[in-house]
Design a protein around this ligand. Structure first.
Ligand code: AOF
Ligand code: ZN
Length: 382
């Protein structure tokens, strides 16, 4: 049991904030343009610290985390400490702001991790709590909660979609073999992790060549999570992707968008529309899609995060435009080079990542290794 005799206040705060951060992960990508926030209410009962309520932002974005946790705690919320991964909101809608709900419930101390960059909040939640005489400690495990809230912070702070690039490299450092379609590089655990990552993003994005060569599904196929597949975006500035592609043929199950300039041939336009595929118009700069503008347009549509899954050229384009916020780099155990075959080189390997990327997670997945890097928060806000 964790209590004040065995642990300092700072240690206690970190323990419960870490629990809240783990809980907040549950609905990442599923809360619309709202962040997935968690609230854990902790009460001192005869010297022992007990969790009396917990909540995470609901799927779709409402209700927020705090009222869910308070409902569970009931009367026990009085005198409790609330651990919230994001500053409680201060804005009124049909429901009162979460800061007011915490005050009314009689919570005596609030520990938060990140300041809410939303203009309607941005320290106003903290102020409201302090004005009501509540002790507020902000910034607890800030870097850890920034992980789950990265897409939200970038979207609110920069008005664009956040970008995660996922690549899978063979032991000899290649992405695949030219003309061989999908080459097995990593195993089943890595595949599940990739599908989980898909569910945590609002969109999956690939270049036309990846569809032409691999004809992938680009869905989340984890059992019980099939309905959490994000939308699919195909960069196809020259209308090269065949209508028979799986992503087009299944657009009525999982929505697919083509990103193309506004000169797409009328017959193709109609055929795509019939399949339920929508076109997002983009601008071209020297025959390449203007990526910063695309990310802004996606952000304006409420698409907060994009997972770029290839191919090499598309990843390189995002890299050159310095638009990658997170890297997930998987490394398989086998070499794939073969006599007489042309290999697909990777535009980046982990050791070449610029300094502003920090390793936040390393997982051994069977024989594969996953490394997750995030561009540091301050850099993102510049
Ligand atoms: C909280 N707790 O669990 C979440 C918060 O559209 P609305 O009214 O739901 O407001 C969206 C804003 O609410 C969002 O931009 C962020 O400021 C805050 N999200 N706040 O107190 C929560 N999800
Ligand atoms: Zn709220």
């Amino acid at each position: 049991m964790i209590n004040h005799t065995t642990h300092s206040q700072a240690q206690i705060d970190k323990r419960f904030m870490a629990a809240a951060i783990r809980l907040a992960r549950r609905n990442v990508g599923q809360t619309g343009t709202n962040p997935s926030v968690a609230c854990v209410l902790v009460k001192n009962v005869d010297g022992d610290l007990i969790i009396v309520g917990s909540g995470v932002t609901s799927i779709g974005g409402r209700p927020h985390a705090e009222p869910i946790a308070l409902l569970e705690a009931g009367e026990l919320a009085k005198g409790a400490t609330a651990y919230v991964t994001l500053e409680p909101c201060a804005h009124h809608g049909a429901t009162p702001p979460c800061a007011a709900t915490l005050i009314n419930a009689g919570v005596s101390r609030v520990v938060t991790s990140l300041v809410d960059p939303d203009d309607r909040v941005n320290e106003a939640g903290h102020k409201m709590l302090r004005d009501a005489g509540i002790t507020v400690e902000a910034g607890c495990l800030e870097n850890d909660s920034a992980q789950g809230l990265n897409a939200y912070v970038i979207h609110r702070g920069h008005n664009r979609a956040q970008v995660t690039v996922k690549i899978a490299l063979s032991a000899d450092g290649y992405l695949g073999i030219k003309g061989n379609g999908q080459v097995a590089i990593t195993g089943p655990y890595a595949k599940r992790q990739t599908h989980l990552l898909r569910a945590k993003h609002h969109a999956i994005l690939v270049g036309a060549q990846t569809i032409i060569e691999d004809d992938p599904d680009l869905t989340c196929r984890l059992s019980g999570m099939e309905n959490k597949s994000p939308i699919r975006l195909v960069l196809d500035p020259n209308s090269r992707v065949p209508l028979a592609a799986k992503v087009f043929q299944t657009s009525n199950q999982v929505k697919t968008y083509v990103v193309a300039p506004n000169n797409v041939d009328v017959n193709r336009r109609q055929a795509l529309a019939k399949l339920g595929v929508e076109i997002i118009n983009c601008q071209l700069v020297e025959a390449h899609i203007a990526l910063p503008e695309l990310l802004e347009d996606l952000g304006a549509r409420g698409i907060q995060s994009v997972m770029v899954e290839g191919g090499a050229k598309t990843v390189k384009a995002f890299l050159d435009a310095k638009l990658i916020d997170e890297f997930v780099i998987l490394r398989g155990p086998n070499n794939i080079a073969q006599e007489g075959k042309v290999l697909i080189a990777t535009p980046i390997i982990a050791t070449q990542l610029p300094n502003e990327y920090s390793l936040v997670e390393k997982l051994n997945l069977g024989e594969d290794v996953l490394k997750h890097y995030i561009k540091t928060h301050n850099q993102n806000r510049n």
